[in-house]
Design a protein around this ligand. Structure first.
Ligand SMILES: [Zn+2]
Length: 223
């Protein structure tokens, strides 16, 4: 692979993130994921610095019907689901929002008002960086941003916000059901739609299945 470079020769896109790991796959796919993680990390470098955030390990996680991101032990490990079931990446704006969500969990491992204010602030700070033309520095680390520009931007932003709010509301309900766990989850809003038609149950205890059922029942109008 000519385009693959040895890790040792690469500039760290974000010194506040120690390890960046994509899921094992064929080399091209894995490298694509790894570069996206590096770009996401590069984008939040100034923000992590100013907030004093440290992530030991930023990792890609496989698609699942439960969460879009997780934060273990205040940033020890942050997992992000990068790809849809078919393999294509989620929009960078969505991934960025999820990353901000998980970064906010470094400080607040719940979803209280403090968490929500911080999540909102982090997203605002990302937007401000992008408006100033900062998409991460260093070759190959840029998030680009062109994908989210253009007409309908305002409308899309509003719809993204609405989606995030729905996701947060859904997650709050799940958190209440779980009664507090080590990890903080960012639940995909589409999860609930998919669960309606999901025939197979994930391996696990009956309690989990019961929870899934409750999640479906509690959000009948989500579309
Ligand atoms: Zn969360």
């Amino acid at each position: 692979m000519v385009h693959l470079r040895l890790n040792e020769t690469e500039v760290n896109p974000n010194p506040h993130v120690n390890f960046i790991t994509a899921l094992p796959s064929i080399p091209e796919i894995q490298e694509e994921s790894r570069q996206l993680l590096r770009a996401l990390a590069a984008q939040v470098k100034p923000i992590m610095k100013s907030h004093g955030f440290v992530v030991n390990s930023l990792e890609e996680y496989e698609y699942n019907q439960v969460f879009a991101g997780r934060n273990w032990n205040h940033g020890e490990t942050v997992e992000l689901v990068l790809r849809r079931p078919g393999g294509e990446f989620y929009p960078t704006s969505w991934l960025m929002s999820t990353l901000c969500h998980e970064l906010a969990h470094i400080k607040h491992m719940n979803h209280g008002p403090g968490f929500q204010a911080l999540w909102k602030l982090l997203r605002l700070e990302v937007r401000q960086l992008q408006e100033r033309g900062y998409y991460g520095d260093g070759e190959g680390n840029s998030l680009g941003g062109a994908e989210d520009e253009g007409k309908g931007k305002g409308k899309r932003a509003a719809s993204n916000r609405a989606r995030e709010e729905r996701a947060l509301a859904a997650e709050r309900r799940v958190q209440a059901l779980l009664g507090g766990k080590e990890a903080s989850y960012y639940i995909l809003p589409s999860t609930f739609i998919e669960l309606h038609s999901a025939q197979q149950q994930a391996p696990g205890r009956s309690k989990k299945r019961h929870l899934r059922k409750m999640m479906v029942q509690r959000i009948p109008k989500m579309a």
